[in-house]
Design a protein around this ligand. Structure first.
Ligand code: PEP
Length: 250
């Protein structure tokens, strides 16, 4: 049985003041779901300390939005996986489409980050998904398999055990457009089948969440399939009412 998980990606938003107000409101609204699902908040790096303190003993985990592909040393401006682990992070997003597209992170870069997150005893949340053009060319699974193979090449199947996959069609992120629930379900099933073909047991046990313009109004539809183990939520995680309503739909 896979435990559902809801992950908030705040992206580059927030301030000390607004984070405090958002979390205080969010924590009380999320209280009813704490036992039935895992939850994590991924704020920008400077706010990790603040969010960690506000989450306290709520059972809601701290996550980060990215990490360096180097383990330490002369990499000005980078943050290592071991530093994130020391700050109390349990999850780290790797390969978010904004990182791949805007900061040119290649499959190999993403795989290196994935390995370092595993080595630091945190769970990587590996974001995979196709662009609109790739989708229109019927390339969805070819793209996702390529993204997964890069990681498998770096860590073997052992790295995937305990990790989370976020299926995020690039054209659905922050656009207000979502994949249909049927399409999401089919893609999650295809990802499981691919992983099962690599090693029996991994595809069925791994948690695969959906991300891309999830809101209170579409969450129940998107989460209805047993293939969908939760959500990676961007914009809607910045509003306590919206995010908790998404939790209620899971
Ligand atoms: C995301 O940032 O991973 C995401 C899914 O964003 P949004 O929910 O805003 O589409």
């Amino acid at each position: 049985m896979r435990k559902p998980i809801l992950i908030a990606n705040w992206k580059m938003n927030g301030s000390l003041h607004s984070n405090q107000a958002l979390l205080v409101r969010m924590l009380s609204k999320l209280r009813p779901f704490r036992k039935t699902m895992d939850m994590a908040i991924c704020p920008p790096f400077p706010y990790l300390f603040q969010v960690r303190d506000l989450l306290g003993y709520t059972g809601i985990a701290l996550g980060a939005q990215n990490t360096s592909r180097a383990s330490s040393g002369a990499h000005t401006g980078e943050v290592s996986a071991t530093m994130l682990q020391e700050m109390g992070c349990r999850y780290v997003l790797v390969g978010h489409s904004e990182r791949r597209a805007l900061y040119h992170e290649s499959d190999r870069d993403v795989a290196a980050r994935f390995r370092l997150v595993c080595s630091a005893n945190m769970a990587p949340v590996l974001c995979v998904g196709e662009t609109l053009e790739e989708r229109e060319q019927g390339q969805t699974m070819a793209v996702i398999e390529r993204q997964l193979r890069a990681v498998i090449g770096e860590t073997g199947m052992a790295g995937l055990v305990g990790s989370i996959i976020a299926y995020e069609p690039v054209w659905a992120i922050g656009t207000g457009r979502t994949a249909t629930p049927e399409r999401v379900s089919e893609t999650h099933r295809a990802i499981r089948q691919f992983l099962e073909s690599c090693q029996a047991g991994v595809g069925e046990s791994i948690r695969i969440v959906y991300g891309g313009s999830v809101k209170a109004g579409n969450a129940a539809d998107l989460f209805q399939s047993p293939e969908v183990d939760g959500g990676l939520i961007g914009g809607a995680s910045l509003q306590a009412d919206e995010f908790s309503a998404i939790g209620a739909a899971l």
